[in-house]
Write a protein that binds this ligand. Structure first.
Ligand SMILES: *Cc1c(COP(=O)(O)O)cnc(C)c1O
Length: 401
């Protein structure tokens, strides 16, 4: 069976009511049929649910589907994407370990690495997404006497710069040095890119984004090698970042349409990117599947489409951004992404406002940068909305001069 069929047909076991749609298992605990069964479940000689902090049928269904989509052996779901990122690090790293990470990271991942793991003696080195193989290798195995990196953590494409990391290259380095290759696959989704096929050991998602796809619930998941998921599960079971059964139920249903939605997201984004690139009042458009993207060839090699996120550069600083956002009639101003509704953000004043000027420069975050999370609306409506707002905001600035 194809993945699309399995994403629709994988379901929790039917109850005696023979329901067609999976019910919500809103229960904190599960009853034991006998003293022996309670004992067997805790000894793990019998498999089954005990308590929803450990497992729950709705959560297991969601995990099974994501493992299937990502070609992963095992997985664990969490209440948010950040809980998944943190569990993957806290469950596997110990004091004295070194983490090599791509510089272009989701803001909270950067805070975990620099402010939290550092308290426990886990050190880090940042590498540019577009660094060469030799530069990555030097960070992983330096000549300074520190141990080889225990984990390499990265996002591709990155937020908001849409830089790509060469997954096959890091897969090769992993074979040589034996670190854990941990990839945040949130922007691409398993529909466009499966890092495990390139040698990644773990793939992480903020399910809040495209997996939900309609801006309703928070959730996260980490899937990958069974022997690595085991210590992450131990960490999560005892520290409690569990995904709620309700959110799991919503997310699992959403996976039935992920393939369909990503197809439309990507088609809309491609067409909008092409239209904006052709417009004289837009200074720059970045989209992985535009030939003008500096890593277009790599994008085509590791992704099946360009994704839903476009960034554009408008001249005129924050004044221009204000006029542009005021003029948009369809797109929402919000810091979220991965929604059926198109969303625009100015990273410089919102999601990335707290970064220092040199950090912003390294990530390409300029005052005129706009991140567009392209939704599922009719593409003609989106192109005309963005075009009129680009023109109106350009005219407004000319009048001021
Ligand atoms: C949103 C996001 C996260 C964090 O996920 P939450 O569900 O908000 O905790 C992590 N990584 C990336 C790439 C994201 O976009």
């Amino acid at each position: 069976m194809k993945k699309q069929t399995k994403a629709i047909r994988t379901q929790a076991k039917k109850s005696q009511n023979r329901e067609h749609s999976v019910p919500l298992y809103l229960t904190s605990s599960f009853a034991f049929e006998s003293a022996e069964q309670g004992k067997a479940l805790f000894e793990e000689s019998e498999e089954g649910n005990i308590y929803s902090r450990f497992s729950n049928p709705n959560v297991s269904e969601f995990v099974d589907k994501v493992c299937m989509l990502e070609n992963a052996e095992d997985g664990i779901a969490t209440g948010t994407g950040m809980a998944a990122v943190f569990a993957s690090m806290a469950g596997l790293l110990k004091s004295g370990d070194h983490l090599v990470a791509c510089r272009a990271l989701f803001g909270s991942a950067h805070q975990i690495i620099t402010q939290i793991l550092s308290k426990w003696g886990i050190t880090h080195t940042y590498v540019d997404a577009t660094a060469t193989e030799a530069e990555w290798e030097a960070a992983i195995q330096p000549n300074t006497g520190r141990p080889v990196a225990r984990m390499v953590y990265l996002e591709t494409p990155s937020n908001p710069g849409l830089e790509l990391v060469d997954l096959a290259m890091l897969g090769r380095l992993k074979e040589k040095y034996g670190f854990i290759l941990n990839v945040d696959n949130c922007f691409a989704t398993p529909i466009l890119q499966t890092p495990i096929d390139f040698g990644a050991d773990l793939s992480i998602h903020s399910a809040t984004k495209f997996m939900d796809g309609q801006g309703r619930v928070l959730g996260g998941i980490v899937v990958g090698r069974a022997d690595l998921i085991q210590p992450i599960r131990f960490f999560a079971r005892h520290t409690g970042p569990s995904l709620s059964p309700f959110n799991a139920w919503v997310l699992s249903k959403s996976l039935e349409t992920l393939d369909l939605r990503m197809e439309r997201h990507c088609r809309n984004a491609q067409q909008l990117a092409e239209a904006l690139e052709a417009h004289e009042d837009v200074a720059r458009v970045l989209y992985p599947f535009l030939p003008s993207h500096p890593q277009f060839e790599l994008a085509k090699a590791q992704m099946s489409a360009g994704g839903a996120i476009i960034t554009i550069e408008l001249e005129g600083g924050f004044e221009r951004i204000k006029a542009f956002f005021d003029a948009l009639e369809i797109a929402t101003l919000s810091s979220n992404l991965g929604d059926s509704r198109t969303i625009v953000t100015n990273p410089n004043t919102t999601t990335h406002a707290k970064l220092k000027p040199d950090e912003k420069a390294a990530l390409g975050i300029t005052p005129g940068l706009v991140r567009i999370s392209v939704g599922l609306e009719a593409i003609d409506d989106l192109i005309s909305d963005f075009t009129q707002a680009v023109e109106k905001s350009a005219d407004a600035l000319k009048e001021q001069v």
